[in-house]
Design a protein around this ligand. Structure first.
Ligand SMILES: [Zn+2]
Length: 289
């Protein structure tokens, strides 16, 4: 008891001696004007949860104060379970549930995650890393963005999405692909990419002599005779240090591929744009890479 009394006395004394502190602002004082508030949304993957859970989850998303709900990212295997057979019933249901909650729907093109039936039937769509290993199905962004086969399948699934949801007023916008990167393994070194790099160089320099001059290829007798002799710089095929001009052009080429990739801004926008309003927002989700 004595100890309790002493502690109480000490507390009272400290309170008395402490300088007057400014009153703590209330929670209301921290509120920003609505115009300054950031819009917040959440990615929801209905394909990963039992259908019976969807209404509860969507209601909770709204209850947490979210304004947007992103759907469809990576869900290619559910949208097109087998080649040419499309299933959007599950997505229809979730768009409806989101709309019922007053959420703005952002649909995502599923292009970073090609289904296994596609990569199994067309292994050439799988990217090749710098050591020459072709990647396999099982994660994401494992497809080569240059291969025409892959671009054809992308155009098909994106076209289907555009036709189905392009004029749907509940769909506020589109996310095109996801994270424009091969997660540190870029660029791809497959045959299609090698050929596209050579074509890009030919288009840039016109004559092989111009490339030899600008790359400083007199050094180490690096002179090339034709554009098709040039390979993307990689540690598997090159012995010593890369010519820095060679590396720089390889990076420039890859940037051009990235900005023009079918799952990226340009072609997806065109495909979706046929069905969507030209003012429909089509952002990317960027990340490390
Ligand atoms: Zn490639």
């Amino acid at each position: 008891m004595k100890r309790i009394l002493l502690r109480a006395l000490a507390t009272i004394t400290l309170c008395y001696l402490a300088p007057a502190m400014p009153a703590q602002p209330t929670a209301a004082a921290f509120k920003f004007p609505p115009a300054d508030l950031m819009n917040i949304g959440v990615y929801y993957y209905p394909e990963a949860w039992p259908a019976a859970q969807w209404p509860r989850d969507m209601a909770n998303i709204k209850k947490l104060g979210m304004e947007f709900g992103h759907l469809g990212e990576f869900a290619w295997a559910f949208m097109e379970p087998t080649e040419g057979h499309f299933d959007f019933a599950w997505l229809d249901r979730n768009v409806a549930l989101a709309a019922e909650q007053g959420l703005k729907v952002v649909l995502c093109t599923p292009t970073p995650a090609p289904p296994i039936w596609l990569t199994e039937a067309h292994p050439d769509v799988l990217m090749v890393d710098a050591s020459g290993r072709r990647q396999v199905h099982g994660t994401r962004q494992h497809a080569c963005w240059s291969v025409e086969t892959y671009r054809r399948y992308v155009a098909k699934i994106v076209g289907e999405l555009g036709r189905r949801y392009g004029k749907d007023a509940r769909v506020w916008g589109w996310q095109l692909d996801n994270e424009l990167t091969h997660y540190g393994k870029e660029p791809c070194f497959c045959d299609a990419c090698q050929r596209k790099f050579q074509a890009w160089l030919k288009n840039k320099y016109g004559e092989i002599a111009a490339l030899n001059r600008d790359w400083g290829n007199a050094f180490w007798s690096q002179l090339y005779q034709r554009f098709d002799q040039i390979r993307l710089p990689n540690t598997r095929e090159f012995v010593a240090q890369f010519n820095p001009h060679h590396m720089l052009d390889a990076q420039r080429w890859f940037d051009a591929v990235t900005s023009g990739r079918p799952l990226g801004r340009r072609r997806s926008t065109i495909s979706l744009g046929r069905a969507s309003s030209s003012t429909t927002p089509c952002p990317h989700r960027m990340s490390r890479g």
